[in-house]
Design a protein around this ligand. Structure first.
Ligand SMILES: Cc1cc2nc3c(=O)[nH]c(=O)nc-3n(C[C@H](O)[C@H](O)[C@H](O)COP(=O)(O)OP(=O)(O)OC[C@H]3O[C@@H](n4cnc5c(N)ncnc54)[C@H](O)[C@@H]3O)c2cc1C
Length: 486
């Protein structure tokens, strides 16, 4: 679809993962809404989510108090308790709304929703659709958004820049090789994480921190960008985008083995394989130091093979394609970048520090995750706080606003591409200096180089294409992360 004649909207949402989609679904139908995705709408981290979504659904055996406690323990107490309470209390509603959209969560033999267990949870409370929960949720949400007459959905529309204008925001959008200026009273950033800042990540290609970098450039407050989660059990090979082996596999009884084929978690944490992700990833790095080997395995071959094929069909098939049968043998794993806990600082209604600018989902910092996210709280966060952003906008949209005068973005006149290898260099600095156990000295050296790269990208005369915009975002995020830890 091409951009139509209308250049002004009430709300522009940048990002079509669960957070952006749920915002769109809750906006008043009288508001003109534009939702932008920089690539095809299904390419996002939300679609990759495997394990599931937390919901305090089984109130006979679970409670918000327990979920809040587990979330705070995983986050090492650095969470915003108020935000965690909102997350937990609204989890049942979030699940009900998804079910109403047609999301097909798995059920047990009695027909009750099957709630699974994951690391750091004291109760079975994860709703899931086999092992491809994210895709199921995104598909159903997208279908619902497409029914909304007030929402235009634009794929392959890259936001290159955002400027605050009187009464709203102007966005420079690149679509089909052309730049357009689109403005709105309210702008919702739902641009996801920044995994592509690392050599190895589970994140999809869109995760380059664009919204965070643009919010920072506009002066919004960014918090805890160095709080990055490294998932302990990504399939170990040399591919940039690592295939994740869900937490739910450990939740179902898998063991972690070192290079000698021996379990080792008992030397690091009494919760063994079910310790939170940061603890397990750090244990792997310490065990590597002790054994001198990077070889680690996840082993669930002691469980019934029919159960495993039925419970983890997507993981099973993907591993088979990579030459491993999880029902028969240990799978090579290693930690890699997975999730960002920090981001654009927001309040309980997803309002950033700039009037009319909202941030939802992984690009935001609500404070729910503290230092380390509890498994399966992330889809929930995007859904709960996406709805809250919409409710706030609905309330404010009734007030009369100023007429929007679009920002005069500079035309894209340059033809030179950014220097080859720029993104590779940024990734390699981050992988070396800020992996599971950060290295302060390398971070200081890296910061100096990142600063140079950032200066070059900000002030050089480059064509404004996706490569440029994403490299600039990556350099800005790297700068913010390294500055925070020095
Ligand atoms: C492999 C994997 C497994 C996971 N498993 C789980 C799980 O089981 N449970 C759980 O709770 N969480 C899980 N997570 C985390 C969770 O999926 C994400 O944190 C969450 O879905 C993020 O949603 P989001 O809407 O914020 O961003 P995303 O879903 O990543 O969407 C970002 C959107 O922003 C758009 N965008 C970005 N930049 C621009 C730009 N410049 N212009 C226009 N559009 C832009 C993209 O096109 C995309 O549409 C997993 C993550 C991964 C990677």
């Amino acid at each position: 679809m091409q951009v139509n004649e209308v250049e002004n909207y009430d709300v522009i949402i940048v990002g079509g993962g669960v957070a952006g989609l749920n915002t769109a679904l809750h906006l008043d139908s009288r508001l003109r809404v534009l939702l932008l995705c920089k690539r095809e709408s299904t390419l996002c981290n939300s679609s990759l989510a495997q394990g599931g979504m937390v919901s305090v659904y089984d109130e006979a055996n679970d409670s918000c108090a327990l979920h809040i406690e587990d979330t705070m323990i995983a986050g090492r107490g650095e969470n915003n308790r108020e935000a965690v309470t909102v997350l937990s209390r609204e989890s049942h509603l979030a699940a009900d709304e998804l079910i109403a959209l047609g999301v097909d969560f798995d059920r047990d033999e009695q027909g009750n929703y099957h709630l699974t267990l994951e690391g750091g949870h004291s109760r079975h409370r994860i709703l899931h659709h086999k092992d491809s929960t994210g895709r199921e949720i995104v598909d159903k949400m997208l279908a619902a958004v497409r029914q909304r007459e007030n929402v235009e959905l634009l794929d392959n529309a890259l936001v290159c820049d955002i400027k605050q204008i009187a009464g709203g925001y102007s966005l420079n959008v690149l679509q089909g090789g052309e730049h357009r200026t689109l403005s709105a009273r309210f702008c919702v950033l739902a641009t996801g994480g920044l995994g592509r800042l690392y050599q190895y990540t589970t994140n999809s290609a869109i995760a380059t921190g664009d919204g965070i970098a643009m919010a920072y450039q506009m002066g919004a407050r960014i918090r805890n960008l160095s709080y990055i989660q490294f998932h302990p059990t990504a399939f170990h090979n040399d591919k940039r985008e690592c295939f994740l082996i869900s937490e739910a596999v450990r939740g179902s009884g898998a063991y972690l083995l070192n290079c000698h084929g021996k379990r080792f978690m008992d030397r690091y944490d009494e919760r063994l394989e079910l310790a939170p992700r940061d603890v397990v990833s750090q244990a792997i790095m310490k065990e590597q130091e002790a054994t001198g080997s990077k070889d680690f395995y996840l082993d669930i071959s002691h469980k019934d093979s029919d159960y495993l094929r039925g419970r983890f069909p997507m993981i099973y098939t993907n591993l088979l394609e990579r030459g491993f049968d999880l029902t028969k043998e240990p799978i090579p794993i290693y930690p890699c970048q997975h999730y960002l806990m920090g981001g654009i600082d927001v309040d309980l209604y997803s309002r950033t520090t700039l009037d009319g600018l909202y941030a939802v989902g992984e690009c935001s910092h609500t404070g729910v995750h503290g230092r380390n996210r509890l498994a399966s709280n992330s889809l929930l966060e995007g859904i709960v706080f996406g709805r809250r952003a919409a409710l706030d906008i609905n309330e404010r949209a009734g007030q009369s606003g100023e007429e929007l005068r679009p920002y005069p973005f500079k035309p894209d006149v340059y033809t030179a591409d950014i220097p080859k290898g720029t993104r590779t260099e940024i990734r390699s600095i981050m992988q070396r200096s800020h992996f599971v156990l950060p290295n302060r000295q390398l971070a200081e050296e890296g910061f100096i180089r990142i600063n140079d790269i950032r200066f070059l990208l900000e002030h050089g005369q480059f064509r404004q294409n996706a490569d440029y915009v994403e490299a600039r975002s990556l350099a800005t995020c790297a700068y913010l992360i390294l500055r925070e830890i020095m």
